[in-house]
Design a protein around this ligand. Structure first.
Ligand code: GRF
Length: 193
């Protein structure tokens, strides 16, 4: 495997809206020698996102973007991505749907992590819906972002068993722990095939 140094790693931006636990795991991964990515920019639509603490802690540049006007917000993000020479975007709990135009305009790769075994349970409340349907398994998926919600090409998935006494909260916790491993694996898979 080629030795990746900071300068030849893929400049990456992570978009978050909330806790940022996937952001944290991606930052930790990006600091490993084997990581093909370098996280250089954190974008959020939420000034109060807890995950912004990681920007401070790890001294990574952050931009808070007001989404009242989505068109304008996306233009600002594209500007920031270009300015920072970002080639890869990782959505990690980013609660906005990016427009076709945004996806077309950004020339790099856009990935997302979703807490279900896609194509099952796109959208929100995945754990509650999987439990209601008495599924035996749920899990998480890393996929490329396309203009349709949670529908782009799947990169990797991890199955998690649903126990009879699992609540949505318990299941979310189990799946989140797997997400933290799956996102780095998916990144390795696409950039170091
Ligand atoms: C994760 O479950 C992710 O799959 C979903 O939103 C949640 C974000 O969690 N898209 P965190 O902010 O990374 O802790």
């Amino acid at each position: 495997m080629a030795l990746l140094t900071g300068s030849n790693k893929i400049k990456t931006s992570v978009f978050i809206s909330g806790n940022g636990s996937n952001l944290k795991s991606l930052i930790k991964f990006s600091k490993q020698r084997k990581s093909p990515i370098l996280i250089q920019l954190i974008i959020t639509d939420n000034l109060y996102a807890k995950g912004l603490n990681y920007a401070k802690h790890y001294k990574i540049k952050k931009k808070i973007i007001d989404f009242k006007n989505k068109n304008l917000a996306e233009k600002k993000i594209i500007f920031e991505l270009k300015k920072n020479k970002i080639d890869c975007v990782c959505l990690a709990g980013f609660m906005r749907i990016l427009s076709k135009n945004f996806i077309k305009n950004f020339k790099g790769k856009i990935l997302n992590i979703h807490p279900s075994l896609l194509p099952k349970y796109k959208g929100l409340n995945t754990h509650q819906r999987a439990i209601n349907k008495k599924e035996k398994f749920s899990g998480c998926t890393v996929h490329f972002v396309s203009s349709k919600l949670d529908s782009g090409k799947i990169i990797l998935q991890k199955k998690v068993r649903i126990k009879s006494n699992d609540t949505p909260k318990k299941l979310a916790k189990k799946i989140l722990a797997q997400e933290h491993k799956l996102y780095p694996k998916a990144i390795l898979k696409i950039f170091n095939p």
